[in-house]
Design a protein around this ligand. Sequence first.
Ligand SMILES: [Zn+2]
Length: 284
Amino acid sequence: MGTAFTDESKRLFLGRFLLPEEIEPWIRAQSLGSLPAIYGVTHHTWAPTPATWKGRSSLDGIFRYYRENLGWPAGVGPHFFVAPRERGGPWGVWVGTHPRHDGIHVSGWNSRSIGMEYVWNGDLAPFTPEMLRIGTLVWQAIERKIGLPIRISYTRGSPGHFMHRDKSPKSCPGNRNDRAAIIDAYRASTQTQIPDFLEDLMAQLTDEERDQLLADIHNTALASMEQTELQKRTVKSGQALSYRVNALLAGVLSLVEEEGELPEVVRAELAKATEAGFTVPGSA
Ligand SMILES: [Zn+2]
């Protein structure tokens, strides 16, 4: 029956295969650190493909290539590979770099982002629904584990989920993969944990305002993750929605600061946030 998993986060590289039903229990058993990754980045391998995938030896070969040809540190690469167990075998996910540790998979965005590779050539055909289902199980389990959503991103350059090509002049995860279809698949299946007041606020902004806000939130989130002990304590004590919401609110505030005046809609939403017990950065 169910396998009992243990925390393997002290290891950088795992090379372990999980069947779909093992994904949630495995992630539940892992420590993801006090500042868990908050971005999800989708990739395709281009090669190997399911037809040439041999399981662990293929995964090892990929990491050997990173180390020997690209000069990356041993065991550091993408975190998850949606792939068959072996050629023709059942599909699941291979764990490469443990998700507690920053990997290498997208230049400039490796800090606190989870890299998910699909063993597939997305320039020839889009991911299958089954592949996306397995990828989504991973995101879902991570969200449950850390109690935060990875999902506020529907435009280029915004945080949350993004495609490698959003940040790099590559086709990855492939020309045949429509970013909206992938994001929608993730969105439909992952949890909606963003508090209502933020959803309400987002809904009232124009597309441009929302893009600006999301870009701002991203920068603020990165800055706050790097600097504030307060955020770390918040995460540790499991209060409010922790640093993610604080970062969102800080993003709202910095946007407002730039424009000089607090729009009525923002003021109302912040009041609701404060009422709901969320810490509004800078207002202490
Ligand atoms: Zn990529």
